[in-house]
Design a protein around this ligand. Sequence first.
Ligand code: UD1
Length: 429
Amino acid sequence: MDKMRIRGGKPLRGSIAVSGAKNAALPLMTASLLTDETLTLSNLPHLVDISTLANLLSQHGVTISMDGQANGGHTGNVLSLTAGRIVSTTAPYDLVRKMRASVLVLGPLLARERQARVSLPGGCAIGSRPVDLHIKGLQAMGARIELSEGYIEAEAPQGLHGAEIVFPFVSVGATENLLMAACLARGETRLVNAAREPEVTDLARCLVAMGADIQGIGDETMVVRGVDRLHGAHHAVIPDRIETGTYVMATAITGGDVELLGAELEHLSAAVSVLEGAGVEITATNRGVRVRRANGRLTGVDVMTEPFPGFPTDLQAQMMALMTTADGASMITETIFENRYMHVPELRRMGASINLHGSSAMVRGVPALRGAPVMATDLRASVSLVIAGLAAEGETVVNRIYHLDRGYERLEEKLAACGADIERIKEDA
Ligand code: UD1
């Protein structure tokens, strides 16, 4: 498995183009299952997760063509997806286990084909991550669902119907799955306590462009009136707010000065106010966002992860890396996933002072981190070790970087172009 070698201590300077959002792109691709016409998506990132989902969609019968055009000056892929005829309603274990977002084929397949058989998902090892809300919501819409031999077996011989679905807590994936299913269900569906993440909003906007009737986009309650059919559309994926936040932290920890091209601050307001409190200056430019330290040192701040518009759980690990060398203490509380601290022992190996108390981590800033061999088992934890390595004295080797390739497009190239001493070591090197 590839490794990443980083020699720390170089401030990042220059510009980085922000890619299209992975977590918006994945549900958007599954929306192609809802119509027999072509859905064209631009500004897609080049990532392993995108290829994994493309493989899954192909085996359902979606034909996919890649135009490879640039989009708005950023690196962007254009994919045209046509689900003329669904040839299989089974999403097999071998493809689904690689990525949890594969479960997003369930709602669209069931809505269009009235049946679906989807393996229970895998993905990052961050807590148990059940799919009970997806299943209960589809049952409320008339589906009969059984779990058998690791598969979700769903059928709705009469088609799905509208329902009022009240989520007991916010789930991005369940909101997306039910939103897509509701577009082709008979009658009205109310999604109450729906996720409001920008990626959900992006999906809803694309569905409207495909002919869906959705009210309340971006609100806690969305109302969907089912239509008989959806049609093709063109849609540009939003910029990746998590990638943006990651490079903000990488810049800040190294004391650098970087412009993030195409970044959108409005998707990151909670993170921006926390980071400003820590001494990071973040300003909008006409090309994106500029990041540098306001004046010298960083200060410890407290952070709690929350559903949007709160501080995103997908930036918690990177924020913790940033806080390891700040002045004073920082209390970081994770409220979304119960086991999202795999980076803690690894950051400690680099000299960080972190104590875990249940769902909170107390980080006491140290003068400097030291490079070390480290390893992570999920995407955001892995990138937090890269961030720490960029600031650490000496050499850090991040092992098992498979997860980084799932979620960060050309990570080492983007960082090296800003002066980082970082290189990928191939498995057989
Ligand atoms: C999505 C993101 C992921 C992000 C997460 C929270 C994608 C592809 N992934 O994941 O990067 O960290 O949102 O912002 O967009 N839960 C249940 N039952 C369910 C569904 C969820 O108990 O049926 C729990 C989960 O275990 C978790 C919480 O709800 O504790 C939130 O999960 P959810 O918002 O569904 O996350 P994902 O959609 O999987």
